[in-house]
Each structure stands twice: as structure tokens, then as C-alpha cells.
Design a protein around this ligand. Structure first.
Ligand code: KIV
Length: 289
């Protein structure tokens, strides 16, 4: 039986992620929430695109990820998937969509995959999510876990702080990572954990670690795209290196356009449409009748 090949051969699927770790090759992951940015990110060669619930901070201005809805992530995921040819697309399960019961979690994850086009889902939590991860994986849903700083726990944690700084906390994080691996997660985001702890986890698990504020030893690095290109407001976390100032570029472009409009420089004749000489004289004749 011949199977259709729906994607280009180099499309990133789980085996490519596993193979990269085996070969010691680093991969990169960025967030995207819409068609144009996803297209730029994909065409730039980024391996994984995360439709993160950071959409709440970056796009919707909620201030944290708690209010983000399944509809918001699904809609963003549809746009991202349309724009993406090569990168693997992972969608976040927003707060409240995997907290009630396993059946509802499966339904929500399936929605992200069937309607959103996600190729995997991500959820936050350690040992408390082990059964859920097993259940999702049993239903053919690839799962990326997320430990360390878990932004959906912001009210419980009382802020955003580095996690796993004491030996006991670090040991607990390592155990969590091993339990999530055992449960079937294909990768684990390590957010804001000391680099030594991230390195230990990366060495102890066969699955890939995806670091953000977790040092250089993780298998994959992830950043919020808007932080990387300077499209956020306020102070950036210490782990972000800003590679461009798109906010400044946009501000200058908008101000230049505004001033051209006000001075009559824009639009010029090439930037508008004119009548043909015949139509012009015909119109004049009609108007002068
Ligand atoms: O939502 C997000 O962007 C994330 C990353 C910070 C890993 O979860």
C-alpha cells in the first residue's frame, strides 16, 4: 500500500527531535501566534514553533497567561499551521483546559490537533501530571511537559522566580523530569531553573529538554519571539538576548509615513491611480454639459 506524503521530506517530526539529541545537535524553538510571524520563523529555519499561552502577555496584554482560552490558542494555531512548512507546531493547553478531568483534557487536546493543526500539545506540571500525560499519549497525542517556573501557577507561586535552587528542590525537579519521561512525554520545557540542574536533567533523560532561562546545556533553546526581536514592553528577563529592535523600526516607519501624509508627500502619483487622457476629457465634457 502506498501512503501519501503530505509534507516535505525535511518536515520536523518527533524522530527528528530524538535524532538531534542522539547526535548532540542543538535545535531551536520560537513562539508564534499568527501567519506572518510564523512564516518568517519557519522560513528562517527554526525547528519548532510553539503556539504558547504567552500569547496572553505578548498579544492580548492580559499581564499573565491565566485568562488565555482554548479558542484563542486554537485560532492562533490555525494561522501558524497555515504558515508553517517545516517546523513542528506545538500548542499550549491553556490554564483550565486540563485541570478538570482526563476526558475533558483529551477532548481539548484533540481540538488543538484536529482544528488547530497542532502536532503536539504542551502542559505545565510535574509528578501531578503523570497520569494525564500517559492518557494523552495513549490517545496518540504527543506531549511536551513543562517544569521549573510554570507561569500558569503564578498565583500559587506568588510571582516569577527561579525554581530548583536548593538541593531538595533540584532533586524534586530531576525526579519530576524522569517521571514525565516514563509517562511518555517526548520533551520537557525547563523554565527558569539553575543551569546545573538543567544539565543534570538533560543528561539523565533520553527525551529532549527545551530550555528557557535554564542555561546552555539543554538540547533545545526556546524564546518568546517578541522578546527576541524587541516587540515587548517593560523590562526583559535576564535570560533574554534581544537581537533586533522591531518596535523602534515600526515606530520610525509610522512616524515617517505620518509626517509624509501631513506634508502632502504621500501618496504621490505613482502611489495612486489616474484616469486615461480619453476618460479625463470625456468626463470633463459630461461635467461641462
Ligand atoms: O507560552 C510560552 O511561550 C511558553 C514558553 C515560555 C516556553 O510556555
Amino acid at each position: 500500500m502506498a501512503y501519501l506524503q503530505p509534507d516535505k521530506p525535511e518536515k520536523v517530526y518527533l524522530p527528528a527531535i530524538r535524532a538531534a539529541k542522539e547526535k548532540g545537535e542543538k535545535l531551536v524553538c520560537l513562539t508564534a501566534y499568527d501567519y506572518p510571524t510564523a512564516r518568517i520563523v519557519d522560513e528562517a529555519g527554526v525547528d519548532i514553533i510553539l503556539v504558547g499561552d504567552s500569547i496572553g502577555n505578548v498579544i492580548h496584554g492580559y499581564g499573565n497567561t491565566i485568562p488565555v482560552s482554548l479558542d484563542e490558542i486554537t485560532s492562533a494555531c490555525i494561522a501558524v499551521k497555515r504558515a508553517t512548512e517545516r517546523a513542528m507546531v506545538i500548542a499550549d493547553l491553556p490554564y483550565g483546559t486540563y485541570h478538570v478531568n482526563p476526558d475533558e483534557t483529551v477532548r481539548n487536546a484533540l481540538r488543538l490537533m484536529k482544528y488547530g493543526g497542532a502536532e503536539a500539545v504542551k502542559l505545565e506540571g510535574g509528578r501531578n501530571r503523570v497520569d494525564l500525560v500517559k492518557r494523552l499519549v495513549d490517545e496518540e497525542i504527543p506531549v511536551c511537559a513543562h517544569i521549573g517556573l510554570t507561569p500558569q501557577s503564578v498565583y500559587k507561586m506568588g510571582g516569577y522566580r527561579v525554581q530548583g535552587r536548593t538541593a531538595d528542590q533540584a532533586k524534586r525537579l530531576i525526579e519530576d523530569a524522569q517521571m514525565l519521561e516514563e509517562a511518555g512525554a517526548f520533551a520537557i520545557v525547563l523554565e527558569l531553573v539553575p543551569r546545573e540542574v538543567a544539565q543534570l536533567i538533560t543528561e539523565k533523560v533520553v527525551i529532549s529538554t527545551i530550555g528557557i532561562g535554564a542555561g546552555a546545556e539543554c538540547d533545545i533553546q526556546v524564546l518568546v519571539l517578541h522578546d527576541l526581536v524587541g516587540m515587548t514592553f517593560g523590562r526583559l528577563p535576564r535570560f533574554v538576548r534581544q537581537y533586533a529592535d522591531i518596535r523602534q523600526v515600526m515606530t520610525e516607519a509610522i512616524q515617517a509615513w505620518s509626517s509624509d501624509v501631513k506634508s502632502g508627500e504621500y501618496p504621490n502619483d505613482n502611489e495612486s491611480y489616474g484616469l486615461t487622457a480619453d476618460a479625463k476629457s470625456e468626463l470633463e465634457a459630461i461635467l461641462n454639459k
